[in-house]
Design a protein around this ligand. Structure first.
Ligand code: F6R
Length: 241
């Protein structure tokens, strides 16, 4: 992994936005894989700013989001669909028809996952996939388990993830218990990966990431097998390495 330690969250977000913007400039019809959660919010704000100030053009970009709660209505302000429009898509000129987010309202979630994989393949695969990391090492909603799913699938959330995500809901009881998520194979198929990690509470999982072992009990360690991962950390996240 090509690792850069940034001073703080703001610097990490700016560096990440420059990496994304560079990809969009050099390949205007690129396919971006996007993540939600607290970590990429600053990067999305910086990208929206680059669009506003210097006309960074997303008109030919296609996006695929990593995951979505299940079940959840798009209109729910905690859905990842809502998050993406709120934080990024409404502020740039991406075309609605080029935005792909797993449907948390799908009647047949397995069919939705199969179709999503077909759509990613049809788009030529993901050029640059943004990832955050869970406190337990999850990426997307690929939680620590003995066996991991290769492709996009419906899965259950662990107690740790429900607890971590409860901060966005009225209470932990309101966090949906399932999600639809790209699988480890879908993520590893991206040509490049940009992993963002910020904050003291992530320092332990970063230590695990740097322990020199690959294990499905910390899914992010599998990223060591990918040939093109850029890891941006802030000093707090890097404090134990
Ligand atoms: C979000 C996602 C999750 C988050 C992870 C970190 O689309 O797939 O894996 O990246 O839970 O979340 P934050 O950034 O809120 O700490």
């Amino acid at each position: 992994m090509k690792t850069t330690i940034c001073k703080n969250y703001d610097e990490m977000s700016l560096v990440a936005a420059y990496i994304m913007a560079e990809r969009v400039r050099t390949k205007p019809d690129c396919v971006l894989g996007l993540a939600t959660g607290g970590t990429p919010v600053g990067m999305y704000a910086a990208l929206a700013d680059m669009h506003r100030r210097s006309g960074l053009d997303f008109s030919r970009v296609t996006s695929f989001n990593l995951d979505e709660y299940y079940p959840i209505k798009k209109s729910n302000d905690q859905s990842y669909d809502y998050f993406m429009w709120d934080n990024l898509f409404s502020h740039i000129n991406i075309k609605r028809e080029n935005v792909n987010i797993l449907d948390g309202e799908a009647a047949d979630p397995d069919a939705e996952c199969r179709e999503y994989e077909a759509r990613m393949a049809g788009a030529g695969g993901i050029d640059l996939q943004v990832l955050g990391i869970g406190l337990n090492g999850h990426i997307g909603f690929n939680e620590p388990e003995n066996e991991m799913h290769v492709l996009t699938h419906k899965t259950g959330l662990t107690e740790s993830t429900i607890e971590a995500n409860a901060r966005f809901f009225a209470s932990a009881a309101d966090v949906p218990r399932h999600s639809l998520t790209m699988g480890m194979g879908s993520i590893m198929a991206a040509k490049s990966i940009l992993l963002l990690i910020s904050g003291k509470n992530k320092a332990e999982v970063v230590k695990r990431l740097f322990a020199g072992r690959i294990t499905t009990s910390c899914p992010a360690t599998l990223l060591h097998l990918h040939p093109d991962v850029t890891l941006l950390l802030d000093e707090d996240a890097a404090s134990l390495i």
